[in-house]
Design a protein around this ligand. Structure first.
Ligand code: NDP
Ligand code: GDR
Length: 363
């Protein structure tokens, strides 16, 4: 019997899951992850951590499961007997949640309940510590700025409403059954592994493609939305710290600095030595480069039925109680994302030059 700590991560194939798996493996944990069955491989972000199932003494083990399927969750938790369970899996795209509200509620809200129930049914309340990936989207139509743990919630999307249920059911299981369960209320965090349809990655990937002639124009929605953007690598450290305390508590994790989508576009363009001049207003506004070519346009299809206009977090509690502070600045974040997307675009350009089809998806 080894006395290694055992962690189970739902959403291990996602942005945060991959960084958290790296962190926990570096700390000596045995890491189990739940992945969905997909028709193609979906483990790109963790392939560098992959260990062949035939290797002895593996420390990264993947299981098939789904947040919408209680029986798979109960089986995996029974088998793994985790000391720490990080619930990162979710339909995490706010805009998509307006198109798939029921599925979003099933996976993001009921999925969290299914995990908590599994812990309870299996009698693991005293063993398994639980982390819930809560979100700044809970604040939605903000009632106070900056937002802290005590700021009232006002969710503005099916995603945020589902996450509101998950937040409160986590609090309820902590109070009702004495579970060590925490909500991390994380503000937006990004990095080169960010999904391609979130705005930061869409911008860095789009501008890198434009720079290399692989794409003509980047279509965006609301340029005035403001977010508090940090780096995912810093934020998964906070997730781990929350499960190492004497008492379970909820924490806001944020940088305390806010920028608009427009400012993100400008910062990314600067990294690529591209200048952007804005012209026009409203949906007719365009971003023009030095050569006078339109490289950014507004497409109303990216507007949301109800928008979250401005988020800014106050992570004082995390600083005081967890000793957590972000290490990566906004400029470093943008640089790292641009460098990674430029490299990928260079590969695509090479493939194209040799007569093969490069990826044409830009959304
Ligand atoms: P991603 O979208 O990158 O990853 C989501 C993960 O969940 C993927 O591994 C995905 O699998 C998995 N997943 C989705 N649906 C299911 C399901 N029904 N059953 C099992 N697994 C599922 O998200 P992030 O890594 O960015 O975020 C992690 C968590 O933190 C999410 O819960 C998100 O809502 C929350 N959050 C994120 C913030 C951010 O800025 N990144 C901020 C605040 C909260 P697959 O790879 O197969 O799609
Ligand atoms: P968000 O992230 O909704 O904050 O949720 P996203 O990057 O999708 O949007 C941020 C802001 O940018 C505006 N925007 C666009 N967004 C996208 N995706 N595409 C566009 O073309 C575009 N143009 C402008 C949006 O309207 C919005 O205001 C993320 C997710 O990771 C959630 O899971 C997480 O809970 C929150 O962050 C905190």
């Amino acid at each position: 019997m080894s006395n290694r700590k055992v962690a189970l991560i739902t959403g291990i194939t996602g942005q945060d899951g991959s960084y958290l798996a790296e962190l926990l493996l570096a700390k000596g944990y045995e890491v189990h992850g739940i992945k969905r069955r997909t028709s193609l491989f979906n483990t790109d972000r963790i392939d560098h951590l992959y260990q062949d199932p035939h290797e002895p003494d593996r420390r990264l083990i993947l299981h098939h499961g789904d947040l919408t399927d209680s029986s798979s969750l109960i089986c995996i938790i029974q088998q793994v007997q985790p000391d720490e369970l990080y619930n990162l899996a979710a339909q995490s795209h706010v805009a998509v949640s307006f198109e798939e509200p029921e599925y979003t509620a099933n996976s993001d809200a009921l999925g969290t309940l299914r995990l908590l129930e599994a812990i309870r049914i299996l009698g693991l309340e005293r063993k398994t510590r639980f982390y819930q990936a809560s979100t700044s989207e809970l604040y939605g139509l903000v009632q106070e700025t900056p937002q802290r743990e005590t700021t009232p919630f006002y969710p503005r999307s099916p995603y945020a409403v589902a996450k509101l249920y998950a937040y409160w059911i986590t609090v309820n299981y902590r109070e009702a059954y004495g579970l060590y369960a925490c909500n991390g209320i994380l503000f937006n965090h990004e990095g080169p592994r960010r999904g391609e349809t979130f705005v930061t990655r869409k911008i860095t990937r789009g501008l890198a493609h434009i720079k290399l002639g692989l794409q003509d124009c980047l279509y965006l929605g609301n340029l005035e939305a403001k977010r508090d953007w940090g780096h995912a690598r810093d934020y998964v450290e906070a997730q781990w710290l929350m499960l190492q305390q004497d008492q379970p508590e909820d924490f806001v994790i944020a940088t305390g600095i806010q920028r608009s989508v427009r400012e993100f576009v400008e910062a990314a363009a600067r990294e690529l030595q591209m200048q952007i001049h804005w012209s026009g207003t409203g949906v007719d506004e365009v971003g023009i480069n030095d050569q006078g070519r339109v490289i950014v346009r507004i497409d109303p299809r990216y507007f949301r039925p109800t928008e979250v206009q401005s988020l800014l977090g106050d992570a004082s509690k995390a600083r005081e109680k967890l000793g957590w502070a972000p290490k990566v600045s906004f400029e470093e974040l943008v640089r790292e994302m641009i460098q990674a997307d430029l490299e990928a675009a260079e590969r695509d350009a090479l493939i194209k030059r040799h007569g093969f089809k490069a990826c044409r998806r830009h959304e």
